[in-house]
Design a protein around this ligand. Structure first.
Ligand code: AMP
Ligand code: MG
Length: 350
């Protein structure tokens, strides 16, 4: 397949390019577009054929449902077939457009391939001018998972998308680095109490402030429980190297990682350390990458996928990653790192 790769300036959108991309969407083709979370691989959410092309391009298991992206609340009412609840209204007012995906009971208008046969549909309004213009110009809700080959770290830079999907999609709209850098929070509103199925760009604390009561799906906290969100059960975000997370007080974490790294290096293996600005200078004779300062978890979050992909390019055999507190954005950061590491985690005592 010939892939048209186009560079966009989000501050001064090229109408011609957006119209061209919208035509592809209307003709059941696939277009990768920037969002504030990660790049998305989009197609007409109302067409079985278009949705099947998404699954094929990514190599995504067909039992993992897609998030439908909208530009206007009328599209949401069409997808769910009933007026919005008070809770949904409050959340939408506060967090849309933004990195919060809401799950509702679906109407008959949503093809079952989008929802992987579930009777619920996941919807969000992205906070990115190119994404919103593309949805508006096509006049259709756009189903869009992250624009990576299934299992790989999600793409936060255009080069990640090009390397994974060139030749597999019709068009790639390239822009800057994704501002948030982790996917949306998925919140299930289909039951009586809202449940977080995937932590992401909107934190538990922010949701609790608006909703009062909000739960976190048990499957997210306990590696032995099956998660309620189908996508959360798959190996995900995995770098090529084996990855181990080390958790504990920061000094003991540094000492443990340096000792483990030295032992692997003595076996002739190439070692990567996923550190922070405060700790990066400590490590010797290893490939160190910093996620940013521990004082700013938003920055740490925005760099996780990029640094995991950098280790693939360097070609390390094993990655040791420092853990973060599971509060605020730290919950989503640790969720992605644990999945990238296949839940391989060591806890060190001070
Ligand atoms: P991605 O498209 O890669 O950002 O992944 C979308 C996430 O949303 C996956 O974890 C899906 O399993 C989840 N998801 C989408 N639709 C639903 C739904 N109807 N019920 C539960 N989880 C969903
Ligand atoms: Mg994904």
């Amino acid at each position: 397949m010939n892939t048209e790769v186009v560079y966009l300036d989000e501050q001064a959108l090229d109408d011609h390019m957006i119209r061209r991309a919208a035509e592809i969407i209307r003709a059941d083709g696939t277009v990768v577009f920037p969002t504030e979370t990660v790049y998305g691989l989009g197609a007409n959410a109302l067409s079985e054929k278009a949705v099947e092309a998404i699954f094929a391009a990514k190599g995504r298991p067909s039992d993992n449902p897609l998030i439908v992206h909208i530009s206007h609340l009328d599209m949401l009412v069409y997808l769910i077939g009933e007026p919005l609840s008070d809770k949904a209204r409050l959340l939408i007012q506060r967090f849309w457009p933004g990195p919060l995906t809401l799950i509702f009971k679906k109407s008959g208008k949503v093809p079952s391939s989008v929802t992987a046969g579930l009777d619920t549909v996941a919807v969000r309004m992205p906070d990115n001018p190119a994404a919103l213009e593309l949805i508006r110009a096509s006049g259709l809700p756009i189903a869009a998972p992250s624009a990576n080959i299934s299992g790989k770290p999600s793409p936060t830079l255009p080069e990640h998308v090009v390397s994974d999907l060139q030749g597999r999609v019709d068009m790639i709209l390239c822009s800057t680095k994704s501002r948030i850098g982790l996917e949306s929070t998925v919140l299930d509103l289909s039951g009586s109490i809202p449940v977080i199925l995937r932590p992401g760009g909107v934190t538990y604390e922010e949701l609790a402030e608006v909703l009062g009561e909000v739960r976190i799906d048990k499957g997210l906290l306990d590696a032995h429980c099956t998660p309620k969100s189908p996508g959360m059960k798959y190996t995900h975000y995995a770098p090529d190297a084996d990855m181990v997370i080390v958790k504990g007080s920061i000094n003991s974490v540094q000492e443990k990682i340096q000792a483990l790294a030295a032992s692997k290096a003595s076996e002739g293996l190439s070692v990567g350390v996923l550190a922070s600005d405060e700790t990066a200078g400590y490590y010797k004779n290893v490939n160190v990458l910093s996620l940013g300062s521990r004082k700013n978890y938003a920055v740490i979050a925005s760099n996780v996928f990029e640094k995991l992909r950098e280790f693939d390019i360097i070609g390390v055999d094993v990655i040791y990653a420092e853990a973060y507190d599971e509060q605020g954005m730290g919950l989503a950061v640790m969720n992605r790192m644990k999945k990238a590491a296949g839940f391989n985690m060591i806890e060190v005592q001070p």
